[in-house]
Design a protein around this ligand. Structure first.
Ligand code: MG
Length: 255
């Protein structure tokens, strides 16, 4: 089905091994219709296997259009990805315990459909303000939510990379499904934690305000994360709807 809205999508993606790791275990898809990042974990290159396997299974399941709504289809596709990784993790001794984060965004008819497991992030920049649309499934996020940790303490907590949900970790997983409106001028940023553990939300905001060009912004984010230490693999996808989408032409209210 043709969606004129997609013809106005601009996007770019960049992945980098960082300064401390020898392998890049992140994987991504960015093709204008589907945007996804996966941050794999597990020894013996298992993280690499988990992240790419999850994205393959996700893209295949989404291409089959088996469900009525895109929300249902996304849920099903992430569950498929989970089963695929989990089955391999159970069968293959070398891959035992592998898993991956998975955050996926599908733009359609002026809306953004999001599926999310783990601590990769989707941000939206609107009117110069950056908002994290996904909630981290991590130990520190849980501690912040329950009032046991301050957000600024979470940023430097030694266990900040421990996640509470992972694709492949169990037979069945809980997937966050979120639907957001895409307005003209909105910029979206998908990233793995190699970016947001090096850069604060304020840092990211600064780059997105300064660099209007998506590719330039992406390069600057990755370079800055590396300058600050590059402790982990860094993957960044940016996309925007460069034109007014149908349905939001009259949404410019001014008081
Ligand atoms: Mg990572």
């Amino acid at each position: 089905m043709e969606d004129a809205f997609l013809n106005t999508m601009k996007y770019t993606a960049l992945t980098d091994v960082g300064k401390k790791r020898s392998l890049n275990e992140d994987a991504y898809i960015a093709d204008g219709k589907l945007f996804a990042v996966a941050d794999g974990m597990g020894g013996h290159r298992a993280g690499e296997v988990a992240s790419s396997l999850a994205l393959e299974a996700l893209a295949f399941a989404l291409s089959k259009r088996a469900k009525d709504t895109l929300e249902e289809q996304l849920e099903e596709a992430v569950q498929r990805a989970n089963k695929t990784v989990h089955d391999k993790a159970v069968r293959d001794l070398d891959r035992r315990g592998m898993g991956t984060t998975l955050t996926v965004a599908v733009p359609k008819s002026g809306k953004l459909y999001i599926g999310h497991v783990g601590d990769s992030r989707l941000y939206r920049m609107r009117d110069g303000k950056l908002i994290q649309l996904t909630r981290d499934h991590s130990l520190v996020a849980q501690m912040v939510e329950s009032g046991h940790l301050k957000p600024e303490e979470a940023e430097i907590h030694p266990q900040r990379s421990v996640i509470t949900r992972a694709v492949g970790g169990d037979n069945d997983i809980k997937v966050d499904i979120i639907v957001e409106e895409m307005l003209a001028g909105d910029k979206f940023l998908l990233c793995t934690d190699g970016l947001n553990t090096m850069l604060s939300d304020e840092d990211i905001t600064e780059v997105l305000r300064d660099k209007k060009d998506l590719e330039e912004a992406c390069r600057e984010l990755v370079a800055w994360a590396n300058d600050k230490g590059g402790n982990d693999n860094i993957t960044v996808i940016m996309f925007e709807n460069s034109k007014n989408s149908p349905g939001n032409k009259n949404r410019l209210w001014r008081s």
